[in-house]
Design a protein around this ligand. Structure first.
Ligand code: SDX
Length: 431
């Protein structure tokens, strides 16, 4: 990109507008249009914000062409190999890797709060068993506003700190409870002294009267998947969290809105959609070629789910790590899954087909994750709640950054009005 110039000159008829640049430490710099409407009477138009930065951020960096993802400067590959979800949560929220003392204080405070009050469990137990887990999860997070009123003032740093800790503490217990409710099993309690991921796995997979089999490969796979989902700069759900928070809605309300955005099949709901797509191909007699033809013909409702990305125009680095873990975990659990073979076949065909190559469509984080969650025993409806579990620290970090940014204003985009111009009311008898 070369050195960023000082200003960009915009010429409109006989008017010239010099727009200042906003420089970056990596990736795209930006042209600030904050005075455009006032000075020229024009607004910018950018559906989907494909060319628009909503903020400056120092949390996560993505280079979509090179397939680079870094949290606070640390490459995702190193964090997935060496770190843990709770340590990455600390890094995203506080901006640095914790010392041993900082991590002990952070993780023990979270472990102390994993228990859900009986009334809260009772609410989850009243939800229909057939309810989609994302609907229950969004309701549960919003309900935290009612159960923890001492942590809802968004302008009180101590309250926000408490809310962030309560969210990280209750999320595993809530998600395991949602899964147990849907599966017809009694909700379990967190065990004092047990690890955070181990507690989640036991509360989720323990069967009545049995000690759960929780191989280290399962615990590592859960922890790694949560790390890979922890943040992804200004994606749809994170932008939603920021927009809701910009109205000074509390952290729970903002994150519940993020859960709603993430449930969409074009976003976090894609991991569930990928499994349904692979099962459809299996049930068609594994006729992958016909399916791929339907995708390329753009048949309504037919997309290669788990492929493509607004930012990555290369292989999503998270997908590569998930793919490696899928093989490792299935071997460790002794699980053979035909859908993994089909996924590999689909990937092989797509990566060699000009339709996908010319559109820079590569596997994204959602393409293989469902295979792993399925091998763990989750139904596909639980895949997106697991995505939300992973993304929680990123949402918290991005919300805090938005609230602390002096440039933050309530989010209120403009529009290009193309409707009827002024006209008078016509009484019904004259219509
Ligand atoms: C996530 O933003 C993030 O960071 C999100 C995320 C995160 O961590 O938060 O990474 C998580 O949401 C990953 C994406 C999960 N979604 C899916 O896997 C659903 C399938 N993918 C697509 O729907 C799509 O690729 C999007 C939504 C992800 C991105 O869409 P864009 O950037 O708006 O691209 P587009 O729809 O304008 O498509 C450009 C072209 C079109 O073809 P032409 O009109 O040029 O002929 O590519 C085609 C599209 O038809 N295309 C696809 C396709 N995705 C795009 N064709 C077939 N299958 C696909 N999946």
């Amino acid at each position: 990109m070369g050195d960023t110039p000082q200003t960009a000159r915009l010429e409109i008829a006989d008017q010239q507008e010099d727009l200042p640049f906003v420089g970056s430490t990596a990736g795209n710099s930006g042209v600030a249009v904050t005075s455009l409407l006032k000075d020229t009477g024009y607004v910018t138009v950018d559906p989907g914000f494909m060319n628009t930065a909503s903020c400056s951020s120092d949390i996560t960096f993505i280079d979509g062409d090179k397939g680079i993802l870094r949290y606070r400067g640390y490459p995702i590959e190193q964090l997935a190999e060496h770190s843990s979800y709770l340590e990455v949560a600390y890094l995203l929220i506080h901006g640095h890797l914790p010392t041993a003392a900082e991590f002990d204080a952070f993780s023990s405070r979270i472990s102390r709060h994993m228990l859900l009050q009986e009334d809260f469990r009772g609410l989850l137990a009243q939800m229909p068993r057939s309810a989609h887990p994302m609907a229950v999860l969004g309701a549960a997070i919003q309900t935290m506003t009612a159960f923890y009123p001492e942590s809802i003032d968004p302008m009180n740093p101590a309250a926000v700190e408490l809310a962030a800790g309560l969210l990280l503490a209750k999320m595993p217990t809530i998600i395991s409870a949602i899964y147990r409710r849907a599966s017809g099993y009694a909700m379990l309690y967190p065990k004092k002294g047990e690890g955070y991921i181990e507690n989640f796995a036991r509360m989720t997979f323990a069967r009545p009267g049995e000690d759960p089999d929780l191989p280290p490969a399962l615990i590592k796979a859960i922890d790694t998947l949560l790390i890979l989902h922890a943040d992804h700069e200004q994606n749809c759900s994170t932008s939603t969290v920021r927009i809701v928070g910009s109205a000074h809605a509390n952290l729970y309300a903002s994150i519940a809105a993020g859960v709603a955005a993430l449930s969409g099949p074009l976003h976090g709901g894609a991991n569930e959609a990928v499994l349904n797509m692979l099962a459809e191909i299996r049930d068609s007699g594994r006729d992958v070629k016909t399916f791929m033809k339907r995708v390329k013909n753009k048949e309504p409702g037919v997309r290669l789910m788990g492929f493509g990305h607004r930012v990555y125009k290369n292989y999503d680095p998270r997908a590569a790590i998930v793919k490696a873990h899928a093989h490792e975990l299935l071997d460790a659990l002794g699980v053979k899954d035909e859908l993994l073979d089909i996924a590999m076949e689909v990937e092989g065909i797509a990566l060699a087909d000009d339709y996908f190559i010319s559109r820079k469509l590569y596997p994204n984080v959602d393409f293989y994750t469902g295979i792993i969650y399925r091998a763990m025993g989750f139904p596909s409806s639980m895949f997106t709640p697991m995505f939300a579990f992973g993304r929680l620290p990123g949402w918290i970090a991005q919300w805090r950054e938005m609230m602390a940014d002096p440039q933050t204003k309530i989010a209120r985009p403009r529009q290009i009005y193309v409707g009827p111009t002024a006209r008078d009311y016509v009484p019904i008898e004259d219509r």
